[in-house]
Design a protein around this ligand. Structure first.
Ligand SMILES: NC(=O)C1=CN([C@@H]2O[C@H](COP(=O)(O)OP(=O)(O)OC[C@H]3O[C@@H](n4cnc5c(N)ncnc54)[C@H](O)[C@@H]3O)[C@@H](O)[C@H]2O)C=CC1
Ligand SMILES: N[C@@H](CCC(=O)N[C@@H](CSC=O)C(=O)NCC(=O)O)C(=O)O
Ligand SMILES: [Zn+2]
Ligand SMILES: [Zn+2]
Length: 379
């Protein structure tokens, strides 16, 4: 490999400051150190969480940084001691690592991993607590341990899933975040049973994947709630059976859902990141057993609240990160499910642009007609 062990100069979209347009810069990407992998990113999508951190509302957001965490690419080179991937392997970077050795991984109770989280939360690599990215000598922070808005990135070996080389990277990049999060929220976190009544708040990619997961789990009713009625037509393709726009009602939305469902839903999912809606999602659950899962990411300083009586009377409040999936073990399995046409992926892609057009892609996300925009990163 001509580039192995060398600094690579390539293009990346740098967020220099919160809310300021990203700039396409020539970035120097250092070679991977021990336990690290340098990946040529071919395709990356944008997730609402990228916009959240860019907005300055993420308490872990650091600038300047290279955002991006829903992508696919090919391993360019590996550092010392890396055994599970090699140059040429097709991979999906995983913001939720899986080391299989730490207390979290060994617990069998969670998909969270503690091996590199202390570094990925502050934008550096574990080895030397430094970044592998720089622009004209100035260090640029990593983001979520992935930084996929770059032609090349460096990730920890515990943060990369090797996938079937036959899988189309321009599609399966979505399996790096939004689609698994929604499916897993239903299958792993809530464990929705056949016949259940489900409410989904927010019909973006994550909410639609919740609907898809609920449909495959055999839910009898899937109620989609969104303030953008344009989402309703598309949501039918993902299994939503009924639609509610809170703007059409004078009553609190939880009361509307309770009235529609003879006392409340069996499961609800908040896929927006709005703490008032998180409360509504809990309070529209059926007394005695209803479970609400928080999926949305809320801004710094926001807190959830409800009357404790809601929990005393049997409702359960949960949350999920990456849908509870063990990333390195299960992302390849999700890719296989896609290849066998058992889960949707293509249907979430509404736009295709290039890395150079990334600011336009963020604009599309805020305009509402966009589920996922996939960026071609090279060429
Ligand atoms: N927990 C996790 O592991 C993950 C969490 N997320 C979070 O999930 C959330 C959803 O992500 P995406 O689907 O990418 O976002 P999105 O922006 O595509 O979708 C959000 C949807 O919510 C709707 N909405 C906004 N305000 C509303 C309100 N007050 N009532 C009803 N509907 C409303 C919007 O019209 C839109 O359709 C975000 O907060 C994101 O940060 C995303 C991926 C993983
Ligand atoms: N940094 C944020 C928290 C962001 C967050 O909750 N991230 C999710 C994934 S969102 C993907 O699009 C997650 O998996 N969290 C678990 C983790 O280990 O980070 C903040 O501090 O608010
Ligand atoms: Zn995401
Ligand atoms: Zn671990």
């Amino acid at each position: 490999m001509a580039t192995q062990g060398q600094v690579i100069t390539c293009k990346a979209a740098v967020a220099w400051e919160a809310n300021k347009p990203l700039l396409i810069e020539e970035v120097q990407v250092a070679p991977p150190q021990a336990g690290e992998v340098r990946v040529k990113i071919l395709f990356t999508a944008l997730c609402h969480t990228d916009a959240y951190t860019w907005s300055g509302k993420d308490p872990e957001g650091l600038f300047p940084c290279i955002l991006g965490h829903e992508a696919a690419g090919i391993v360019e080179s590996v550092g010392e001691g890396v055994t599970e991937v090699q140059p040429g392997d097709h991979v999906i970077p995983c913001y939720q690592a899986e080391c299989r050795e730490c207390k979290f991984c060994k617990s069998g109770k969670t998909n969270l991993c503690g091996k590199v989280r202390a570094a990925t939360g502050v934008g550096v690599m574990m080895n030397d607590r430094k970044s592998r990215f720089s622009v004209k000598g100035a260090s640029i922070y990593h983001f979520m341990g992935t930084s996929t808005f770059s032609e090349y990135t460096v990730v920890h070996d515990v943060s990369v899933a090797k996938i079937d080389p036959k899988a189309p990277l321009e599609k399966v990049c979505l399996l790096g975040c939004g689609v698994p999060t929604g499916l897993g929220a239903v299958w792993n976190t809530a464990k929705v049973e056949a016949g259940s009544i489900v409410a989904v708040f927010g019909l973006g990619t994550v909410g639609l994947a919740v609907a898809e997961g609920a449909k495959t789990a055999g839910a009898s009713r899937i109620i989609g709630i969104d303030i953008d009625s344009k989402k309703f037509e598309i949501a039918k393709n993902f299994g939503v059976t009924e639609f509610v726009n809170p703007k059409d009602h004078d009553k609190p939305i939880q009361q509307v859902i309770v009235d529609l469902t003879d006392g409340g839903v069996d499961y609800s999912f908040e896929c927006i990141g709005n703490v008032s809606i998180m409360r509504a999602a809990l309070e529209c659950c059926h007394k005695g057993w209803g479970t609400s899962v928080i999926v949305g990411v809320a801004a710094s300083g926001q807190e959830i609240s409800t009357r404790p009586f809601q929990l005393v009377t049997g409702r359960v409040w949960k949350g999920t990160a990456f849908g509870g999936f063990k990333s390195r073990s299960q992302v390849p399995w999700l890719v296989e499910k896609y290849m066998k046409k058992e889960i949707k992926v293509d249907e979430y892609i509404t736009h295709n642009l290039t890395l150079a057009e990334i600011n336009e892609a963020f604009d599309l996300m805020h305009e509402g007609g966009c589920l996922r925009c996939v960026l071609k990163v090279h060429g």
